[in-house]
Design a protein. Structure first.
Lengths: 343, 343
DNA sequence: TTGTAGGCGTTATCAC
DNA sequence: GTGATAACGCCTACAA
């Protein structure tokens, strides 16, 4: 809706161009000219004004400027949960990229359900953001699509690892399906044939792609690979428990692909507990190529899905759109498998 | 300075209360009244206006509102590098806490050098933020202090794990010195006597405290503990190399405390490579009690310095200050040692 | 109940 | 070179 909360006045008035003008004995326009480095002001008065600006520690009001310029110089970053290290890296690069262009970033943790996402989109609309980056395939939903075409229809929206068919939406995708297939192929090349897939919940479009990548490749080796696909909560414990379950139901398992590194780390702990040698008897692969993968012992083979590059690209596409440069609306990055000790 | 960059006009004009007023055949003030749920407007016209607001998808301009209310409903979060998982958690809780109060957060990665920090503070000043949270002891510097008293003197500033003696600054500290002493005591209780300390660079006030905690406790056991204090870059590799160095220079070492978990994880890899049993022959402790500590094998004993609680408190103190409730300006949280398998 | 006028801080346009 | 004046979108007296 159009009212977020009770917005109450308060605030200590700061120095304005009127104050400066009065002290300098000139008009506000002259002060404005000096501030914006525009020509047409006597060198002496310019010096005087500059001195006063410095002395009174003048700080231009970005809100007022935004009003006249019709431009907030703000872009929004939407992320389900910024604690997800995977998204944080992206947010970092986006912020760094945008700050150099004079933009500030408003970051909102939307949570997972659609209502919250829609609400966040409305907040960004009120703030008159000039562009939005959404991190993660969870934003690839009908509700979000509707909200964008309602509240964000005039600004570029880049979705990292997602896509919506709207004229102002850019999609930076990763070939996760192909990537997981490559994981399967890699395991097969290591002699593995009984491969399971453990996926984090809740399901999102990205996970669907990963799973189908797994299933597609597996059909060559197993009759009913569906039964080897598991879901669990995205945590160390989730990976641990799911792995125990796989081992219990399919003692012959000799390879496991996890939808994220954290799950694989948990799985590794389960395998250690069960005294199953990795990669001796069983090989595992994670996804995201995060620090977690490097910390585990043995270090994890992991699929680098290029999320960092994707984030930077997303920021660039938003900026380019704002600057009138048009871009391809949908691009796909190809993942790399980083082979380490766990396979 | 007062000009960050060339701010150019652009933007597609959106629906204003004037548009709505015209369509409804009423004055803008009536529309405003309806939007702000103020009394004194006929039920029928209110209904009509509401309908039009909905239909035209009216979105209030937060910049304009901010101007009249003298309140941006924005708070700034300063963090040296948000990819530091330790800070991310904090940022998450701060954002969650503030969004419920109608605030948005602008996050700026300041980098480590003072000039950048000062610049970031000026940006926040232009945006008329109503409060600031700074994450990390790196903000405890004279340059930052000066910048705050120049550009942020009228808004509450909470520093997580830091403190500056200014009337509007709140400090949420952690007893890191005592915490590290507790680490030493713990190692001693496990029979360790030759304990080294490996610290991440660049040095910051927090690290200074950690080191003095180490040195103070060690004086009881060693004559010249200074020589056992090492510094290295904050990375897996940094921990790895520093650990090799310690082992080379002090073969008798039987305990290592690392200033952050990530370093300890790197150290663990070095110990594995050298086939040194942990905790059999050597015990190690990390700090932060992060996910890294849980992933390592053996899992890391780690000092929980309550950064999450500190972040939430910081947000609360800023909010309280804005709402006129006064708080203690400096509080200290006491760390807990989380004992796991590495000691 | 409703409308008018003034102002929030800034910039742009046009006179002088 | 300089200074009124009118926006930008909104809100709040005050008047009707």
């Amino acid at each position: 809706m159009f009212v977020d909360s009770v917005w109450q006045g308060k605030g200590s008035l700061s120095v304005t161009i009127y104050d400066i003008a009065k002290m300098a004995g000139v008009s506000p326009s002259s002060v404005s000219r000096v501030i914006n480095q525009r020509p047409g002001v006597n060198t002496e008065t310019r010096q005087l004004i500059l001195k006063l600006l410095e002395k009174l520690n003048y700080s231009p009001n970005a809100l007022a400027r935004g009003l006249v310029y019709q431009s907030s110089k703000t872009i929004g970053i939407l992320v389900a949960d910024i604690r997800n290290i995977h998204h944080t890296d992206g947010a970092y690069h986006i912020e760094r990229e945008l700050i150099t262009q004079g933009y500030c970033c408003i970051i909102l943790n939307t949570g997972i359900d659609d209502a919250e996402k829609v609400h966040s989109i409305e907040i960004l609309s009120h703030r008159r953001v000039e562009g939005v980056v959404m991190m993660g395939s969870v934003f690839q939903s009908d509700a979000v699509k509707a909200a964008i075409s309602q509240s964000l229809k005039d600004v570029p929206v880049a979705i990292v690892n997602g896509w919506l068919d709207l004229p102002n939406v850019y999609g930076i995708l990763s070939d996760e399906q192909g990537g997981v297939s490559a994981c399967v192929e890699h395991l097969v090349s290591k002699g593995r044939r009984h491969i399971a897939f453990i996926c984090d919940q809740p399901y999102n479009p990205s996970n669907t792609l990963k799973e189908s990548g797994y299933l597609n490749s597996m059909r060559q080796w197993e009759k009913d690979p569906k039964a080897w696909s598991y879901r669990t909560e995205n945590s160390l414990e989730g990976g641990y428990q799911a792995t125990l379950k796989v081992l219990g139901e399919h003692p012959s398992v000799d390879g496991i692909i996890y939808s994220v590194d954290l799950l694989a780390a948990g799985g590794l702990q389960a395998l250690h507990a069960k005294r199953i040698a990795v990669p001796g008897r069983l090989s595992i692969i994670g996804i995201n190529n995060s620090t977690y993968a490097e910390i585990c012992s043995p270090t994890l083979t992991s699929l680098d899905n290029k999320r960092m590059d994707a984030s930077i690209l997303a920021a660039r596409m938003v900026i380019d759109h704002i600057n009138g440069k048009s871009n391809t609306r949908r691009i796909m990055l190809l993942p790399d498998l980083i082979v380490r000790k766990s396979t």
